[in-house]
Design a binder for this molecule. Structure first.
Ligand SMILES: NC(=O)c1ccc[n+]([C@@H]2O[C@H](COP(=O)([O-])OP(=O)(O)OC[C@H]3O[C@@H](n4cnc5c(N)ncnc54)[C@H](O)[C@@H]3O)[C@@H](O)[C@H]2O)c1
Length: 345
């Protein structure tokens, strides 16, 4: 078991990699515990959950909204949750985002911990303290930054994960390598088949290194005033298309990463050979744009126009100078629309 600490201006958190759910009790400092989980995770794993009342919500991004938050608040009231209670969130990134937000806003904040059950949540969503829900077609537009007490990454959960969800988790690891660590990127390039097949050593290395990258960034800039924005590589465009086309988060950000890398080449920042390394790795991971989707660029650009990072006709974008070196630059929306045409070529 390895531990990574988050010690940030937005609170502290301990992330345990290769810890077991059966040890969760020793990290929970409350008699009254409530588990929040989704229907799939409950179906597979209820028998190994620590003892607690369970709030079950429907799985899927479509439920990451304020209605679900209200449902949870009502359940909290029914179950007499107060500030001495503990909320344990067991599920993928949708659950950790929703449940982290519900716990940290109810009664002005109840302590909570995460047991992420998807690769994407272990690598990324459960780490860093961003909680929240979608609203009116906008991704994560309602939320807060508040750290869970702990995150237990137990690879036992990954065995029931559908292959497509494994690939989506690897997309966030590719992102971490692309922005900060060429050696992680090269490791995934070399071991992508083992990673897809969840080879234990390969997956543990990928989770550990990705979490370390995110934790270092969060420790330096928890509230996303500078460095943390680099984690948005692939996400600005990705978020714009994720809800429109109802595609998985990892699939959407993979498309976003290809577009950002392409713009980086057009601006003379990134070499063509690095662009092809990124594109080929995403193709090897079956994360290349789905040719059966006809992307409506006007709709995507329209959604970007309402993005909080936009100023006039420019939007803040994360570009690459090389694999492992990211920069933040404002880019023109027309330039983006032009690059995005590549998707329908
Ligand atoms: N807060 C952050 O910093 C952050 C970072 C990245 C992504 N996210 C968010 O995370 C979400 C995506 O997370 P996700 O990909 O984990 O999605 P998810 O939570 O929807 O999980 C994907 C699917 O896998 C199922 N599932 C979960 N664990 C399983 C298991 N062990 N076995 C079988 N099935 C299982 C779920 O029920 C769901 O159907 C998005 O909403 C995204 O915005 C948040």
């Amino acid at each position: 078991m390895k531990q990574i600490k988050i010690k940030s201006s937005a609170g502290d958190s301990a992330i345990f990699i290769n810890e077991k759910i059966k040890n969760a009790d020793k990290y929970i400092c409350a008699e009254k515990r409530i588990i929040i989980t989704d229907s799939n995770v409950k179906r597979y794993y209820e028998d190994i959950f620590p003892s607690a009342d369970i709030i079950e919500i429907k799985s899927g991004e479509a439920n990451k909204n304020l209605d679900t938050i209200q449902y949870i608040y009502n359940k909290f009231i029914e179950l007499d949750v107060d500030r001495s209670s503990f909320i344990l969130c067991i599920g993928g990134g949708v659950i950790t985002d929703i449940a982290g937000f519900a716990a940290s806003t109810f009664a002005r904040g109840v302590k909570f911990g995460f047991i992420p059950t998807t690769l994407l949540a272990q690598i990324d969503a459960a780490v860093g303290g961003k909680n929240g829900v979608d609203f009116s077609g906008y991704k994560n537009i309602i939320g807060n930054i508040n750290q869970p007490e702990f995150v237990i990454c137990d690879s036992y959960f990954l065995k029931t994960l559908p292959k497509k969800e494994v690939l989506c988790g690897l997309a966030e690891a590719v992102k971490a390598g692309a922005i900060k660590d060429e050696s992680l990127f090269a490791f995934i390039e070399k071991n992508y088949k083992k990673a897809i097949n969840l080879d234990p050593d390969v997956i543990e290395h990928i989770i550990y290194e990705s979490v370390l990258i995110k934790a270092n960034i969060v420790n330096a800039d928890a509230k996303e005033t500078g460095e943390r924005k680099l984690l948005n590589f692939g996400h600005t465009f990705g978020h714009a298309i994720e809800l429109i086309y109802n595609i998985r988060h990892g699939e959407a950000i993979s498309i976003g990463m290809i577009i950002s890398a392409l713009i980086s080449v057009k601006k003379g920042l990134l070499s063509e050979s690095d662009f092809y390394r990124i594109k080929n790795l995403l193709i090897n991971l079956n994360l290349a744009p789905d040719k059966s989707i006809k992307f409506d660029m006007e709709q995507a650009i329209d959604s970007l126009k309402r993005d909080k990072k936009r100023a006039g006709n420019k939007i803040d974008f994360i570009l690459l100078k090389s694999i492992g070196k990211a920069v933040r630059e404002p880019i023109d929306l027309n330039e983006l629309a032009h690059a995005a045409e590549f998707l329908n070529a």
